[in-house]
Structures are given as C-alpha cells and as structure tokens.
Design a protein around this ligand. Structure first.
Ligand SMILES: Cc1cc2nc3c(=O)[nH]c(=O)nc-3n(C[C@H](O)[C@H](O)[C@H](O)COP(=O)(O)O)c2cc1C
Length: 210
C-alpha cells in the first residue's frame, strides 16, 4: 500500500454505531481477530485475550452494563478485550500492569477497528462500562480485566470522519513548546506530500520499476 493510500484509509475511519440486521460470517470475525493479535506488545508479552459475544441475551446485558449504549445490543457481535494483569505484573511490575497492558490492548483494538473498516464493516470502540458487572457476566477469571469492547456490524450509514486536531496543535520539535509550525508553517500537508514523493522515488529506484 502506498503511504498516501494508507493516510487516506486512516483518515476516512470513523466510529460506526448504527448497523443493519445482517450477521457477520465466521471468516470476517476471524479476520478481525487475526488483525488484533498482530499488534505490538511490551517484550512481545501479548497479555490480551478476547471474548466474541454473539448471544443476544448476553449483548443485552452488556449494553445495560455500558450505560444502555444501544449499539452493543444491536451489533451482530461485540468483542470484549481483556488484559491479563497477573502476566503484566509478573513481567513488568507496576508499569506492566498500569501502562503496558493498557497500551498493548489498545493497539490490538486499533488493529481490529482498521480491519473492520477494510472489510467494509462498521465498528466502534466502547470504553464506558461497569467493569465488575461485565467481569461477572462473562465469567472472566480474577487475573483478567475487561478493558474495552468493540462493536462490529454492517454499517447502516457511513459517518464522515470527525475533526481531528491539526498537527501543529499537538506536535513539538526537540523540546516541549517548540511548535512544529515554526519550522513547517502552513506546510503540514505539503511537507508530507514532499516526503511521500521522495519515498516513492526511492522505492522506484530500488525496485527498478518505471
Ligand atoms: C478509550 C476510548 C473509549 C471510548 N468509549 C466509547 C464508548 O463507550 N461508546 C462509544 O460509542 N464510543 C466510544 N469511543 C469512541 C469515541 O467516542 C470516538 O472514537 C471519538 O468520538 C472519535 O470519533 P471517531 O472514532 O469517529 O474518529 C471510545 C474511544 C476510545 C479511544
């Protein structure tokens, strides 16, 4: 995939919370889970586990425990992402439990969101739920924490991507406070385009295509 294509793909992603009644097939679900397991993790710890919830009654309850977010019960599936606190602590002590576990499961979440989009499905990240209730409902062992969920289905509509902060608002150079625009004022996209052109040239040279 060309870098520009990837950027287009990333910037067209949007959370989808309205789904049709159509079910997903096994292969689609498997492909999404496969994307999740290729995420980076601390020392390749992979302290994630996943529960695919398809059962209507369980989804009803998940929705209830998520402050009645209706897309959880309406989605054909909801994948619950767990973090293994015990493993994370054993490997990396407090930092493993408080940070790496959260970060690596988030990386798996993002991989799955992107795969859902690439399959032309719609997906949304769900973080607002009562953890203890979800843990009891899904009979999750003590050492594991349900950290987030992802609802997936066929989109009823494809929302526009939401506004994001501009690069210059959130990026500094060398030290905090050195704004990027001091170096790249009004060249945010032009700068990227130039970079991609150079990148393409390099590939052409190396691969030897015209
Ligand atoms: C940590 C986290 C928690 C979130 N929790 C919820 C949630 O409980 N319900 C929901 O509908 N969306 C949730 N979202 C999705 C965000 O609302 C959404 O990503 C944000 O509004 C930006 O929109 P976009 O995904 O279309 O770019 C969550 C996202 C993140 C990263």
């Amino acid at each position: 995939m060309e870098p520009e294509e990837l950027l287009d793909f990333l910037s067209s992603r949007a959370s989808v919370t309205r789904y049709t009644d159509e079910d997903l097939d096994r292969e689609q679900i498997g492909t999404i889970l496969e994307a999740g397991r290729w995420a980076p993790s601390a020392g390749n710890m992979q302290c994630w586990e996943f529960i695919v919830v398809e059962d209507k009654k369980i989804k009803e309850k998940l929705s209830m425990y998520s402050y009645n977010q209706s897309h959880i019960r309406k989605a054909p599936i909801c994948i619950v992402v767990l973090g293994d606190e015990e493993k994370a602590t054993r490997r990396f002590k407090e930092r493993g439990k408080n940070l790496y576990m959260i970060q690596e499961t988030a990386a798996a979440m993002q991989n799955m969101l992107l795969m859902a989009q690439s399959l032309d499905l719609g997906a949304a990240w769900v973080g607002a739920f009562k953890e203890e209730d979800v843990k009891d409902l899904l009979e999750i062992p003590e050492n594991l924490r349900p950290l987030s969920m992802i609802t997936v289905g066929y989109p009823r509509e494809r929302p526009h991507a939401s506004e994001k902060k501009r690069m210059v608002e959130s990026t500094f150079v060398d030290t905090y406070g050195q704004r990027l625009h001091r170096l790249m004022e009004k060249r945010e996209w032009k700068g990227l385009k130039t970079y991609f052109e150079r990148f393409k040239e390099k590939i052409k040279r190396e691969v030897g295509s015209d």
